[in-house]
Ligand binder design. Structure first.
Ligand SMILES: [Zn+2]
Length: 156
């Protein structure tokens, strides 16, 4: 049983917590079908369902994992083992979101953001476009994909 549910709001799907959840909890493990970068380009509006796990490889996320939205100030993150974990205490009915940039390093896809957080970046891009402090926060919390961690280590 998941501690969350997918709901539809004005035609858009989002995921809400069914109860209050503490910080540092595992909620689920993402799964899906492996696809190569070239194939993700054919997905159109569903391109955001493709989760990048290496330079060439993506996972076309199963339901309900594809419905977690992006936030520039998220309450969840995804570990290199693809576990969705809470970064902050969650209230009942709060929307669960993670920062898509923590799995992005492709120099290709960007997404407009309307998360309305104070630190909203307006455009969601690759991990290296994040402010250094925010990169550090995600790295310390182990919610950055391995291929990005390796690249960042080389760079700094
Ligand atoms: Zn935003």
């Amino acid at each position: 049983m998941f501690q969350f549910e997918v709901i539809e709001n004005r035609g858009e799907r989002l995921v809400k917590a069914l109860s209050a959840i503490e910080a540092g909890r595992e909620l689920c493990t993402f799964s899906g079908k492996p696809v190569y970068f070239e194939e993700t380009l054919k997905l159109g509006t569903k391109e955001s369902f493709a989760f990048q796990v290496s330079h060439e490889l993506y996972i076309y996320l199963d339901e309900p994992y594809r419905y977690f939205n992006h936030s520039c100030d998220p309450n969840c993150g995804v570990t290199p083992e693809l576990k969705l974990v809470t970064l902050k205490p969650i209230q009942k009915n709060e929307e669960l979101r993670w920062d898509y940039s923590t799995s992005m390093l492709e120099h290709h896809w960007t997404m407009k953001c309307k998360c309305r957080k104070e630190n909203c970046r307006k455009v969601v891009g690759d991990f290296i476009t994040l402010p250094k402090k925010q990169q550090q926060y995600y790295l310390e919390n182990n919610v950055v994909q391995k291929f990005i961690v390796n690249m960042v280590k080389k760079r700094y």
